[in-house]
Design a protein around this ligand. Structure first.
Ligand code: SF4
Ligand code: SF4
Length: 406
């Protein structure tokens, strides 16, 4: 053990370095913090600076990861992995991965927040992080007569995800996506009650070992089922399948539903009757706009709706403001005055738009709360798929919607 002293030693300014500890932190973060030169841009960018309560102190966390010392124990759990800091970091430090690596170390050392264990146990016993019965996973689809995915009939697996399967509000989004795909003439099915959790909650809470087991099991299940093309309701599932399944993910292509709709519109297979003149502002989910640089697919859908005018917020596209629901934060309590979504709702209301549109079940939940807390009563939060259905999403004349029902 070594004492580093740059001023006369007092209890307050001595940092004790422990070689074993340094090894463990370095291994957990894969040495990714090494490139940091402590400019502080990340701390200045982090949305925790916009709300009441403690900020993360991102630069300090990265410094602690560099030196292999503690101090990050509470801060890392506040990170929403929104990617705003990384986008501005001049040394391309993968800050979100460092945060998740430190969370992983906390799991191994049994210092992770106790309440998060129940999320992982719910995934283990029930196959979803909400602790809901697996036997009711497909209850969201009541009356829709959605077929079981069959590779001999269907090109595409519609993957619903846990939140859209069980959350009453998000279930409406799943049903709207079904309408969109049927209107576009896409032959698709689902896995019904056998649909597995994609693993995002385990990964975003930093439990990589558990996530790897889930990913391997899911890849095997998809292979047996003959799945080669997946469309997701949530950007988080899209990100998980497309970026974190490693080589196993090469067996299928993955699109978020907005990307499928963009393609259908471009091919002339999907059109909209239109809305009475109205306006919308669009909230880019971090897991599309920043993690996948996908900002145009949703806007192509919005532009295809006659009668709809888009009023952009200043923070849009890759500059979007996180809703607060990523990085496992959906399973953690956030006091009302510390919610990013309240600030986001105010930004949306300032555009004067009638609709606050987004494309993520977590964003919907956070933004509806934000609109309520901000008192923006005239602003309606809506998913883009729901707006598309309101706008009279219709098949092109040459396409039979019945083709997708069998
Ligand atoms: S922005 Fe990048 S280089 Fe600057 S302090 Fe943060 S992690 Fe380090
Ligand atoms: S990823 Fe987002 S929440 Fe996490 S430290 Fe960076 S800016 Fe802050």
């Amino acid at each position: 053990m070594t004492a580093l002293v740059d001023r006369p030693a007092t209890a307050a300014n001595v940092i004790l370095l422990d070689d074993d500890r340094w090894d463990r932190v370095l291994a957990a973060t894969h040495g990714e913090a090494a490139a940091c030169y402590q400019c502080g841009t990340c701390t200045a960018t982090c949305p925790w600076g916009l709300v009441a309560g403690p900020s993360i102190g991102v630069r300090s966390v990265i410094r602690e990861a560099q030196l292999g010392i503690d101090g990050w124990a509470e801060a890392v759990w506040r990170c929403t992995t929104c990617g705003a800091c990384e986008a501005r970091c001049p040394h391309q430090v993968p800050i979100g991965e460092v945060m998740l690596g430190l969370r992983g170390l906390a799991w191994r050392e049994r210092t992770a927040p106790g309440e998060l264990s129940s999320v992982l146990w719910d995934m283990h016993w029930d196959g979803n992080p909400w602790g809901r019965p697996p036997s009711t996973r497909s209850a969201w689809a009541a009356g829709l007569d959605i077929p079981r995915f069959d590779p001999g009939i269907h090109t595409t697996l519609l993957y619903i995800g846990c939140t859209a399967s069980y959350d009453r509000r998000a279930q409406k989004v799943a049903r709207a996506v079904v309408g969109l795909m049927r209107a576009g003439g896409v032959p698709f099915g689902t896995l019904g009650d056998d649909e597995p959790c994609c693993g995002d909650p385990a990964r975003s809470l930093g439990n990589d070992a558990y996530f790897e087991r889930i990913a391997a099991a899911n890849a095997a299940q998809f292979k047996v089922a003959g799945v080669t093309d997946i469309v997701t309701v949530s950007p988080h599932c899209y990100d998980t399948f497309s970026s974190h399944y490693g080589a196993a993910g090469d067996q299928f292509q993955v699109r978020h539903y907005s990307q499928l709709a963009r393609d259908l519109i471009a091919e002339g297979k999907l059109t909209f009757s239109g809305l009475e003149a109205t306006s919308a502002t669009f909230h880019d989910p971090c897991y599309l706009a920043r993690h996948h640089d996908e900002t145009e697919a949703p806007r192509a859908m919005l532009a295809a709706i006659p009668g709809l005018e888009l009023a952009e917020m200043e923070r849009s596209r890759s500059e979007t403001l996180c809703c607060g629901g990523g990085g496992g934060r959906m399973w953690m309590e956030t006091p009302a005055d510390e919610r990013f979504a309240t600030a986001r709702a105010r930004e949306a209301a300032a555009t004067g738009a009638a609709y606050l549109v987004t494309t993520c079940p977590h964003c919907i939940s956070c933004l509806e709360d934000g609109v309520s807390v901000a008192g923006a009563r005239d602003l309606k939060v809506i998913d883009l798929a729901e707006l598309a259905m309101l706008a009279g999403c219709v098949s092109a004349p040459t396409t039979s919607p019945e083709a997708s029902h069998d």
